[in-house]
Design a protein around this ligand. Structure first.
Ligand code: AMP
Length: 455
């Protein structure tokens, strides 16, 4: 099938062609005709399937007709995180180049002046995270009565983040005869209930999970001890032909500390996590996209949907507690037909977590033997990562400093690390908490200490 067979306007086909796409993905082929027919839709699809264009493209054609009115957006797209909202906005810009459509992006953590001004003048599409939208709605800055088309994207993620009460509230404020499109990777009972309540006779579409079936990603697990994770990571970073890497950690403190540690060791790194303000998040992402830094240490806030070209490696510095997160994290590499590698660090306490990942992905992830690889490579004089004596001295000095820092932090008798409970009862979130999908910060003692490396 070709895009031209889908009955999209010539202007839109031109924009799609400029984007370099000739054939619709399965979700696009199935969803676009339904949206064009003004049907409600439930689509079970993950990021990476092309789902964004499956609603953005037909929406552009629908919105091409009709008039904007002050304070009354004509359509609304709800996204769970600021990054996803931003990405959808970029899609609108990319595919809407030949249309005169106005968009506003309402996300937490950024100044609202321009967005409120745009809303006052009238917008065709409003892309928002629920917290910020509720905030503005309650202050009387938006009227939702003219909003005939609603997209609820990443619904199961909204559930995880406690946004369902907000979404119910928002749905009630929209006209009853609107068109509603709901996208979700899974269909847990609360999402089914939401769909039953707010969608009318929806068409149901399901496409395969992308990352689990993505054979472009070579997956490995690496057995480590908590105390030698950083050394193992540095070793792989130096020896595995890493052009650009995303490193995921389970806790924000780990993200911050690991980033600092890698920088001390001379790597060009940045960090992204939910405690940072939006401007800093955008800045770090931009630097990564532009190649000014080639390693980004991230929390799961960057795991879903982020579409960054050319990420050669994904590292799970911690085995994710939730197996779905594994699929999302590794899906940041091996995109658009490129090859990618994913390394998951497995410490003894991660046995259950990795078993859950392997159950979900239905595979035994092959073990990567770091020690052996290192031993073999150490014998090779032509090793590409050979460090100069000066570099080696510096490396040793940084390692010694880090060991010292760890010792200072080391408790008299280390307590076993507690796994924070995930997916507690959803609850309404404040604007500040928006995007915070991560479990509670671990502020306790650092268990163990960085001893001599096994390498
Ligand atoms: P999404 O699932 O919306 O996050 O899209 C995943 C990636 O697929 C993005 O990089 C899109 O630009 C890309 N994409 C979207 N539609 C197509 C298509 N028809 N052919 C190839 N790539 C596409």
């Amino acid at each position: 099938m070709k895009f031209a067979d889908l009955g999209l306007s010539d202007e839109l086909l031109e924009a799609v062609e400029s984007a370099g796409y000739s054939e619709p993905t399965p979700i696009q082929a199935q969803a676009i005709p339904q949206v064009q027919m003004m049907k409600d839709l439930i689509a079970i699809a993950q990021t990476g399937t092309g789902k964004t264009a499956s609603f953005v493209l037909p929406m552009i054609d629908i919105l091409a007709h009709g008039r904007r009115r002050a304070l009354m957006p004509r359509s609304l797209i709800l996204e769970p995180t600021r990054e996803l909202a931003q990405q959808v906005a970029e899609n609108f810009e990319k595919y809407g180049v030949n249309h005169d459509l106005r968009m506003a992006l309402l996300i937490g953590g950024v100044q609202m002046g321009d967005q409120v001004k745009a809303l006052n003048e009238g917008v065709d599409v409003l892309i928002a995270t629920p917290g910020r939208l509720m905030d503005l709605f309650e202050r009387g800055k938006i009227l939702l009565t003219g909003c005939d088309l609603l997209v609820i994207d990443e619904a199961d993620r909204m559930l995880d983040m406690g946004f369902i009460p907000d979404i119910e509230f928002i749905c009630e404020k929209l006209p009853a005869n609107r068109q509603t499109l709901l996208f979700s990777a899974t269909m847990p009972p609360p999402i089914k209930k939401l769909a039953d309540r707010f969608l009318t006779n929806p068409k149901y579409i399901e496409v395969a999970r992308p990352a689990t079936a993505n054979t472009n990603i070579a997956q490995h697990k690496v057995h480590v001890q908590s105390r030698n994770k950083r050394e193992v990571l540095r070793h792989i970073l130096q020896t595995d032909d890493v052009t650009s890497a995303l490193i995921f950690a389970n806790r924000k403190t780990t993200v911050r500390e690991l980033n600092k540690s890698l920088q001390r060791h001379g790597f060009k790194t940045g960090e992204i996590h939910g405690d940072m303000d939006q401007a800093s998040r955008i800045k770090e992402l931009d630097q990564f996209k532009k190649g000014e830094i080639n390693i980004l240490v991230a929390s799961d806030v960057a795991a879903r949907g982020l579409d960054i070209k050319g990420v050669s490696h994904v590292f799970n510095f911690d085995t994710p507690w939730h197996p779905d997160d594994y699929v999302h994290r590794i899906g940041r590499t091996g995109r658009a037909g490129a090859k990618g590698r994913a390394f998951t660090f497995v410490a003894p306490e991660d046995a259950e977590a990795i078993a859950n990942v392997e159950k979900l992905t239905k595979m035994d992830i092959p073990v990567f033997e770091v020690g052996q690889a290192a031993a073999k490579q150490d014998k090779k004089p032509e090793r590409t990562t050979e460090r100069s004596p000066r570099e080696s001295r510096r490396e040793k000095k940084v390692e010694a400093e880090e060991r010292e820092q760890r010792r200072e932090k080391r408790p008299a008798s280390p307590k076993p690390e507690k796994k924070p409970a995930r997916r507690a009862e959803p609850r309404a979130k404040t604007v500040q908490e928006e995007d915070e999908d991560e479990p509670g910060e671990w502020n306790g003692p650092v268990p163990g200490f960085l001893g001599q490396s096994a390498l």
